[in-house]
Design a protein around this ligand. Structure first.
Ligand code: Z57
Length: 829
């Protein structure tokens, strides 16, 4: 940042920065001032967006002094800083979170009311920064919230995409994607710092040179781009701490490509600059299925190289001894997306700081730790050697050397087992030569963790087995968590009040205190109040849906929700088969409609734009919904609601209203899940497989308060090894046959049998995620759900116990685990 030493003489410039008065008048004054002097409008001329922006500026003003302090302290202190490296941060709306953190909600509400403004109207206009796809990006946002709340010096580093996750619309039941121009109405929560830009280079060649008798290598890049940081405040909850989220934006340098500039083609060279600026243009919309596109590798290197340089140059003191780097930083790799940071730090240490290779490698290994978020083989990122070597020639050389030395270590340890060497090599040879980023991260990292107990175990047993044999102590687990501030305190204010009334306010930062609710599960009066909160949350959701043009929710319906990315392994089709089967039961007379439990099935899911099967499943859900919801024979007992564009904002409304949480992935495929935690914490009961964090949720809430079904992971493996034939299940199970036949008959596609044929064939002949094998136990479990729901008292009791026993899933606990097991960083006072 600003390195020039300013010597102000005016007394006001020397005085410490102070926040505006924390009073209704102080707030109103600051708000009106911001409206006038920053938005440039009078109150009577302002529109709701002006007012929202002025309100955001006002909240910022209250946090600013703390932010200055914490950044100054960051530079001065001796503490270790957690640098969270993540290509995604799915933040959700900022206003309410920041008001809450700064204890300003009531003051702001009253101050605005005195100006004739309903703060709720302003809340509505905030466009959430959707800089992530799903679980992984949302996890990063929860983590930085918890770290700020725990006073851990943290910098979140990432990319300021100009377009976040696409906006989803439906056209005749099919997904269409629209660009998410989230910056269009202004971005009051971030601060550009062009003076702190980093120049990031690409391509070119490497050469050796004589450096006073020492042969060294240097990279001679071909083109470059400026990385301009945008800082966002990350306020802790009620602790005065304000950490920083630093997101990088790509801006063309004056001479981005020396060749075109020197050729005299001025217009072409200016046009070519847009090429550089494309780097931070758009978030890749694939969740778990990397595309291997060059632009994506550019994005990864762009933000990681800028972050490492920024930390070393701007956060560490000027005279810092680089050999002490591991005492001052841990770079946490959020999946493989930032793993190119490993050879980048090596390049900085060896080529620029001129350290010996071995010393540099020892430092690098201590500075990185790696979190793996998947088990799906197609999700494990690999980069073709050609592409990586073209874009980052020096980094490829460094990766080769890391691999050579690593494979020597393997030989020393295990002998010349050539198959083992092939299997463990960071460079894969089949189907083509590529860099296995998860292996690079595992070799380089001080620790490797999975995101739930089962997932971490499967990593050790399968995906990274040989590495776990070699370095058993490197592997650990940290079960994911979610922030109770956003997902309970803010999203569910009525339940929060009820809890605070019962237990006091401390639960917001000490979620295990929810245990105190256990005793109240047997209190009829408390159950009644708890049920009233759930009913009121459903009405609130109903009006949100109505405002989006959906039908209102019906009273007396169980709200059965499946909200997550659309992916075959998550098995939205299994949910559809349940709906179709129930519908088919009613119309065929197998089920007495008057005996059927009234349910609303609510889906929220985006599909990656290039994922054809996922898009077909969306179409099927909408098509089934239309037929089932409208069929008079169903007597309104089954409704399907699928609001478009599920995002964090909508999640905050759906989760508090949910009765039943669908967590039905094939065992061994969902690394953790975090929606499952949010729903349990808000008193939904889970119907789920023994997968990811479901295992831990069930263990904590108890079998009586959880509906388990389906094969276990070892059973899945066994059936798969035997040779899975989904058609056998179709033949054997009459309910399944009828449901699939109904879809195949064209009943949901206006009689056209071709529309869903690819989907039906896929189920019958492939069914990679074994929906048919788990169908019958799923239906049995749904019968148990219906029976349990019929006893409302018992259901509410279970719901309360779910809340009471979900305190473990706070991201504060997850952060404590990272701190103890991986980071060894400590809070600042
Ligand atoms: C993503 O959202 C997740 C894993 C990935 O490899 C990628 Br890429 C994106 C998700 C997992 O699917 C969830 O199971 C997990 O809860 C979440 O990451 C956070 O760990």
């Amino acid at each position: 940042e600003n390195t020039a030493e300013l010597r102000p003489t005016h007394p006001l410039a020397i005085a410490p920065v102070v926040a505006p008065a924390a009073s209704v008048d102080g707030f109103a004054k600051q708000f009106l001032q911001n409206l006038n002097f920053d938005q440039g409008v009078t109150l009577s001329n302002s529109d709701v967006n002006d007012q929202y922006l002025a309100l955001a500026y006002t909240v910022r003003d209250y946090l600013m002094a703390r932010w200055f302090d914490d950044r100054a302290q960051q530079k001065a202190q001796q503490n270790k800083t957690v640098c969270y490296l993540s290509a995604e941060y799915l933040l959700g709306r900022q206003l309410d979170n920041n008001l809450l953190a700064a204890r300003l909600t009531d003051i702001a509400t009253e101050a605005l009311a005195q100006c004739g403004i309903d703060i709720d109207d302003l809340r509505q206009v905030e466009i959430e920064p959707g800089l992530g796809n799903g679980g992984l990006g949302r996890l990063a946002a929860c983590f930085i919230d918890s770290l700020a709340t725990m006073s851990i010096p943290t910098i979140g580093y990432g990319i300021r995409y100009e377009y976040g996750i696409f906006r989803q619309a439906f056209n005749e039941g099919q997904q269409v994607e629209q660009p998410d121009a989230w910056l269009r109405m202004g971005s009051p929560w971030d601060f550009a710092h062009p003076e702190a830009a980093q120049t990031i280079s690409f391509a070119g060649t490497t050469e050796t040179y004589d450096d006073e008798g020492v042969e060294r290598t240097r990279w001679v890049p071909e083109w470059n781009v400026l990385a301009v940081p945008y800082n966002m405040m990350v306020p802790g909850y009620h602790n005065g701490r304000v950490n920083t989220l630093r997101l990088w934006r790509a801006v063309a340098t004056n001479a981005f490509d020396l060749h075109t500039f020197n050729s005299g083609d001025y217009v072409e060279s200016v046009r070519a600059q847009t090429f550089a600026e494309n780097i931070s243009k758009v978030l890749y919309p694939e969740d778990s299925t990397p595309q291997g596109k060059e632009l994506r590798l550019q994005q990864q290197y762009f933000f990681v190289a800028a972050s490492i340089a920024d930390f070393i140059e701007n956060v560490l003191p000027d005279d810092f001894d680089i050999e002490k780097l591991p005492e001052r930083v841990i770079f946490q790799l959020n999946d493989t997306h930032p793993v190119i940071g490993v050879p980048e730090l090596m390049r900085v240490l060896v080529d620029e700081k001129k350290l010996e290779w071995d010393a540099a490698w020892a430092i690098t290994q201590k500075c990185f730790a790696y979190t793996c978020h998947t088990l799906l083989p197609e999700a494990l990122e690999v980069w073709s050697v050609d592409l990586l070597g073209h874009l980052l020639p020096r980094h490829l050389e460094i990766i080769y050397r890391i691999n050579d030395e690593f494979l020597l270590e393997v030989r020393e340890r295990f002998g010349d087992d050539e198959m083992l060497i092939r299997n463990m090599s960071i460079i894969g040879e089949h189907p083509s030569r590529s860099v296995r980023m998860a292996y690079l991260a595992t070799v380089a990292g001080s620790k490797v963790n999975g995101v739930a107990e089962l997932h971490s175990q499967l990593l050790r047993d399968n995906v990274l087995k040989d590495f776990a044999t070699m370095w058993p102590d490197k592997f650990t687990n940290v079960t994911n968590g979610v922030t109770p501030r956003r997902f309970l305190r803010l999203a569910n204010p009525d339940l929060s009040s009820l809890i605070t009334e019962a237990l006091g306010a401390g639960w917001t930062v000490d979620l295990e205190r929810l245990r105190g609710l256990e005793a109240l599960a047997d209190d009829a009066d408390f159950r009644e109040r708890f049920a009233a909160v759930k009913a009121s949350n459903k009405r609130r959701l109903s009006s949100v849906l109505e405002a989006r043009g959906e039908a209102p929710l019906d009273d007396g319906h169980m709200l059965d929700v499946m909200i997550k990315r659309l992916h075959e392994y998550k098995r939205q089709t299994l949910k559809v088969l349940h709906i179709v089967s129930t519908y088919e039961g009613i119309v065929s007379g197998r089920l007495d409609v008057d005996e059927v439990q009234a349910r609303t099935f609510l889906f929220g899911a985006k599909a990656a734009p290039g994922y054809g099967m996922a898009k077909r499943i969306i179409h099927l859900i909408n098509a089934v919904g239309e037929v089932v919801s409208a069929d008079e024979r169903v007597k309104g007992k089954l409704k399907v609601v699928y609001p478009a564009n599920y995002n964090v904002t909508l999640a905050e409304r759906i989760i508090p209203a949910a009765d039943l949480s669908e967590q039905i992935s094939l065992a061994g495929k969902e690394a953790s899940g975090t929606g499952n935690m949010k729903l349990a914490l808000n008193g939904a009961l889970t119907i789920g497989t023994d997968d990811g964090a479901n295992v831990e949720i069930r263990k904590l809430v108890g079998d009586d308060n959880f509906f388990l079904f389906g094969m276990s992971e070892p059973e899945v493996e066994e059936l798969w090894a035997e040779g899975y034939r989904p058609a056998d299940f179709y033949q054997k199970d009459e309910r399944l046959r009828s449901a699939i036949d109904l879809i195949a008959s064209g009943a949901f596609s206006g009689g056209d049998r071709t529309v869903f044929e690819p989907l039906v064939s896929n189920l019958l002949y492939e069914d990679r995620f074994m929906a048919l094998a788990d169908f019958s136990t799923y239906l049995d479990a749904q019968d148990r759900v219906d029976a349990a729901y019929a006893d409302q008292d018992g259901w509410v009791r279970s719901a309360i116990l779910n809340v009471a026993r979900s305190g473990y899933f706070s991201s504060d606990r997850a952060m404590r685990d990272y701190l103890d097991r991986i980071w060894h960083a400590t809070p600042v006072s």
